[in-house]
Design a protein around this ligand. Structure first.
Ligand code: 5GP
Length: 180
């Protein structure tokens, strides 16, 4: 499909699935390189809802044992960030002394990840790194350090591969961008 329609909006093909899989493989090999030999426990924390497909693909490329956790923060309303972060679902395990990798689908303004990072630091993990499939550097101006980035994109609104518009479009295998 070169175009899809949701509500009154048209989205055009942007990143095909084969390219997404290449990004995931590259990210996984960077993470394998950095964590393959650490002695402490490693916990990957996926920020729901958008990152569940990315998380599932990513961990199946990891070559070391790790724990998986999911958190749900206040959701992205419509097509602009709210900047308000509350837990709807919190981490279910003690993080003290463990290495944390936050897995995010997309970093836009960076407010969600910045706020989440502050909350995680209070739990005294050994380290925290951030892995995101997509990043919009023009929007967040590096307010948080992103350790593993699949690809930088311009400030476009995208859907597919877990990302939605008002709850729809997550099942799309490819990533689409809003057509203007
Ligand atoms: P931020 O706090 O960085 O502005 O936004 C983070 C969250 O907003 C992401 O986890 C994602 O759920 C949502 N988001 C940001 N940009 C987009 C986008 O282009 N498309 C969709 N579907 N969600 C986005």
């Amino acid at each position: 499909m070169s175009e899809v329609n949701y509500f009154d909006k048209t989205f055009e093909m942007y990143i095909p699935n084969w390219e997404i899989q290449n990004l995931v493989m590259r990210l996984a090999s960077e993470i394998n390189r950095d964590y393959g030999r650490v002695e402490e426990e490693v916990v990957l924390i996926s920020i729901l809802d958008g990152s569940f497909i990315f998380m599932a693909d990513l961990i199946r490329q990891l070559e070391f044992d790790h724990h998986v956790q999911f958190v749900k923060l206040t959701s992205y309303k419509d097509m602009s960030s709210t900047g308000v972060v509350d837990f709807v679902l919190d981490v279910q395990t003690d993080l003290r002394g463990k290495h944390i990798i936050i897995v995010e689908d997309i970093v836009d303004t960076g407010l969600t990840i910045e706020s989440f990072l502050e909350q995680l630091q209070l739990r005294e993990p050994a380290s925290i790194r951030i892995c995101t499939l997509l990043s919009k550097p023009d929007e967040h101006n590096d307010i948080v350090p992103l350790d593993y980035v699949g690809v930088d994109i311009p400030p476009e609104f995208v859907i597919g591969y877990g990302l939605d518009l008002n709850g729809l479009g997550r099942q799309l295998r490819d990533i689409y961008k809003l057509k203007v």
